[in-house]
Each structure stands twice: as C-alpha cells, then as structure tokens.
Design a protein around this ligand. Structure first.
Ligand SMILES: [Zn+2]
Ligand SMILES: [Zn+2]
Ligand SMILES: [Zn+2]
Ligand SMILES: [Zn+2]
Ligand SMILES: [Zn+2]
Length: 239
C-alpha cells in the first residue's frame, strides 16, 4: 500500500473488516444486501443515484460542447459520437438484437414477446409515446424557424400549419424518409431550409390541387395591404 497515508490505510482495513463481518463497507451499519454484494441496499441505491447524476451531467456537458458522448473527440457530422465509438455502439446493439431475436425475446428489453413482432407491448407503447414527444418538439422548432405562420394567409395556429415543399415534390421525399427524419434534417441542415415553407393545410391543399391558392389569385401582385374582398366577388387584377 505504498503511497497511501496512514489514514487511508486505516480506512481500507476498516472497510475490509466490515466486509468480512457481512456489514456494508460504506456506512458500517447495515448488513450487506445479498451474498456476493458488499453494500447494503440503501448505500447501493444511493451510489447508483449519484453515479447516474454524474453520468448525465457529464453527458450533458459533452452534448453542450459538441463532443463525442463517450470520449472527448469531435463526433462524426450529424452524430453524437466519434467514428470509433459510433461503430462500437452499432456493433454492440446489433449483437444484442440478434441474440435476443434468436432467443425469441423482445429485442429491446429482453422480456417475453406477446406476438410475432420483435418488440414486446410495453416497449412498443413506450417507443410510440417517445416518438410522439420527439415529433412534437421537432415540429415546434421547425414551425418557429419558419416564423410560425402560414406564408399565404398568415394563420398562426400550430394545429393548422404544415410544411410545404416549394417544388411540390413531397411525394418523392416521403418515399425516401419519414416525417421525423425530415423534421430533423430541417433543424440540422440550414442549407436545405429554402426548399420548404410553412403553409396552413387549406393553402397547402389549394396549392397542391389547383396550382395556386385562391388567396394569391385574389391578391394584387404589387406589395401592400391585402384588399378587403366581399364574399363571392373577385377583385379586378391589379395592373
Ligand atoms: Zn451501507
Ligand atoms: Zn468517442
Ligand atoms: Zn420489450
Ligand atoms: Zn394559409
Ligand atoms: Zn392561401
């Protein structure tokens, strides 16, 4: 025990003695929680809680600084881990997934599956809830990026707004990526934001079906306050 102070040596001996007696070597009071484990139940819970706090704080720090979540390297663009750790994580998850699938268990939690799907019911429910939450948050961010109003009629209610593909090629994009990935891309990639705009569902549908929203057909080309239009009457086009 070279390099240790006499206090540290005494403390180590005290811990060893407690373990031999079947007592917790952290609080020296309560018995160990199970054979093969030295800490008592309370100390075990407390240590786990502290470690989890430390872990989350450290991860948040790395996320804030834009570093790999496993080390302090610069991550791959678009990812939260460096190349080495990303490859390692993918390998680990794939191996675990294959093992559980072969065993006929839920590939996420490892419990019994209730049907032919790869995930158990509680994992499916949790995942659906989680992705709904992610979608809601991403949508909020994207809406505010585009000014949170319909570009045509200036409706601002989030429920009415939708993301419009300027060149009406949304059907091609939807074949390639799902809606959450699209939202993520718009948030992450500033250069593609020009391809989209915010329209309410009415204006979007009118544009998609008839090529032009009636709001735009009525409105004079020159910039200025929109003319008040009596219902059923079309104003003369501005010259
Ligand atoms: Zn204890
Ligand atoms: Zn790393
Ligand atoms: Zn599961
Ligand atoms: Zn509109
Ligand atoms: Zn419109």
């Amino acid at each position: 025990m070279a390099g240790l102070t006499s206090h540290a040596i005494r403390f180590r001996l005290r811990r060893a003695a407690a373990t031999r007696k079947g007592l917790c070597p952290r609080c020296f009071k309560r018995p160990s929680r199970a054979p093969g484990h030295s800490y008592c139940k309370e100390c075990h819970t407390d240590c786990r809680r502290r470690y989890r706090m430390y872990y989350l704080r450290d991860r948040n720090r790395k996320r804030r600084l834009g570093l790999c979540l496993k080390c302090d390297e610069v991550p791959d663009p678009g990812y939260t881990q460096c190349r080495i750790h990303l490859a390692r994580s993918i390998r680990w998850y794939r191996a675990k997934r294959d093992r559980l699938r072969r065993a006929g268990l839920c590939v996420k939690c490892g419990k019994a599956r209730d049907c032919a799907l790869l995930h158990c019911l509680s994992c499916r429910t949790a995942f659906n809830q989680y992705s709904r939450m992610v979608r809601r948050r991403l949508r909020e961010i994207v809406l505010s990026l585009y000014g949170h109003e319909c570009r045509c009629c200036h409706v601002t209610d989030a429920e009415f707004l939708s993301i419009d593909h300027l060149r009406n090629d949304g059907y091609i994009e939807r074949r390639r990526i799902d809606s959450i990935s699209l939202l993520k891309r718009i948030v992450a990639m500033r250069e593609i934001r020009g391809r989209y705009q915010l329209l309410c569902h009415n204006c979007n549908m009118a544009k998609a079906l008839f090529g032009l929203c009636p709001h735009q057909a009525r409105r004079p080309k020159a910039r200025g306050p929109a003319p008040r239009v009596a219902p059923g009457r079309r104003p003369a086009a501005a010259s």
